[in-house]
Ligand binder design. Structure first.
Ligand SMILES: Cc1cc2nc3c(=O)[nH]c(=O)nc-3n(C[C@H](O)[C@H](O)[C@H](O)COP(=O)(O)OP(=O)(O)OC[C@H]3O[C@@H](n4cnc5c(N)ncnc54)[C@H](O)[C@@H]3O)c2cc1C
Length: 361
């Protein structure tokens, strides 16, 4: 069986940040990832200033600062009519695709000699006072002193530990999402179309690419059921909301749906196994706090694990318990905050000239 100091399940922003942090401190780290390779999905596109500060410490902020956009103009339309343009405040954050953030983290990690192990899915956990034994879906096993479950909202780690994920969620998607090209549409602004009949579409130009991130209210079939995301459906919504007949959406490299889910784990520590990021909490995307909270969790967990790995055994319990207390309190605050920001956006966009900026107030 292979041994390591910390085994990290999941190579999203949380797992990769933690891996860089621990590798930089000189610990042996392995990262297992269920996917067979990296994705190229824009997903969480708002990297906040506090995350960038963490990335500076890790020595990998520069490529993101070069590739990203520091200020974005929000261009609001109502019933197809241009109402106003509002700049986002220069708050030290960046607009950048999640896949680019993950790529920069992976590059930094590779520079530290650690490579993500793809096609490796965690499927079982046993632990004792000495360490953790992680079983993988292919039948192999990895022994580690600690295991960090950074494996997303449907976390296998959390489920294997039997930790409840309390809160509530909607069964119907609130949004269809994707990455598309829109030749002819200006790339100088984040276009936000809303309508008096409700619903809308947002197209945000993603830096370093020729695509836009699309977010829209889903279409419904004749029974009122939401239609799944598709290029054809995106085009119909665009035609209805934007009324720009010359623009054809094309090349959908990512199609997805998003449901409102406000949930958090009741515990994020079980002995030598810790949870971080979406594995520990999921909440509305308004305000862009999802990925950023995971990055902050990872920085806090890196500090706690470093102390647990180097200090006396008697102190390890205290620092890991402190990680749990600190981050559960943060998660609880973020859940309430983002749910409120989301409601604010839903309400505001009924008024011409208002858009997602109200989530940042
Ligand atoms: C469709 C969609 C749109 C989003 N849009 C936004 C947005 O606009 N703004 C925002 O702030 N946030 C957004 N989010 C949320 C944001 O992407 C997440 O908060 C962020 O990705 C969390 O990072 P993470 O590393 O904790 O988890 P993830 O990014 O989910 O990474 C978890 C990783 O673990 C891997 N994994 C899962 N199970 C196992 C296993 N058993 N073994 C090994 N690996 C495993 C997964 O394949 C995945 O790569 C969106 C999420 C989705 C799904």
């Amino acid at each position: 069986m292979n041994h390591t100091d910390v085994l990290i399940a999941g190579s999203g922003p949380t797992g990769l940040t933690l891996a860089c942090d621990l590798a930089l401190r000189g610990f042996a780290v392995r990262v297992i990832e269920r996917r067979t390779g990296p994705h190229r999905e824009s997903r969480a596109k708002g990297l906040r200033a506090d995350s960038l500060a963490i990335f500076r410490e890790l020595g990998m902020a520069e490529p993101l600062i070069v590739a990203g956009t520091a200020e974005v103009v929000l261009r609001k339309y109502f019933d197809g009519k241009h109402i106003n343009d509002t700049p986002t405040p220069a708050d030290g954050g960046l607009l950048i695709g999640q896949w680019q953030t993950e790529e920069a983290l992976r590059d930094r990690l590779a520079g530290l000699g650690v490579h993500v192990e793809y096609g490796a899915a965690l499927s079982g956990i046993t632990q004792d006072e000495e360490g953790v034994r992680a079983e993988l879906a292919d039948g192999s096993a990895i022994a580690a002193r600690y295991l960090a479950g950074c494996d997303g909202g449907r976390s296998t780690t959390r489920k294997l530990l039997g930790i409840p994920f309390e809160g509530n969620g909607e069964t119907e998607p609130a949004m269809v999402i994707g990455d598309v090209r829109a030749p002819g549409l200006g790339r100088d602004a984040w276009h936000q179309w809303f309508t008096s009949e409700g619903g809308g579409m947002l197209l945000c130009p993603m830096p370093g690419t020729d695509s836009f991130q699309l977010q829209a209210s889903p279409e419904q079939d004749e029974h009122g059921e939401p239609l799944p995301p598709s290029l054809e459906s995106f085009q119909r919504i665009f035609d209805r909301c934007a009324g720009m007949p010359g623009i054809r959406l094309e090349d959908p490299t990512w199609l997805s749906s998003w449901r409102v889910n406000v949930r958090m784990a009741t515990r994020i520590r079980e002995g030598r196994v810790l949870l971080a990021g979406d594995a520990a909490h999921v909440h509305p995307i308004a305000g862009g706090l999802g990925m950023n909270t995971g990055i902050a969790d990872a920085a806090a967990l890196g500090r706690a694990l470093a102390a647990a790995l180097t200090g006396p055994d008697a102190d390890a319990d205290a620092v890991l318990d402190a990680y749990e207390t600190e981050r559960l309190a943060v998660a609880s605050g973020v859940l309430a905050d983002t749910a409120e920001r989301y409601e604010r956006v839903v309400e505001a966009v009924r008024t011409p000239g208002r858009g997602t900026e109200v989530a940042m107030d």
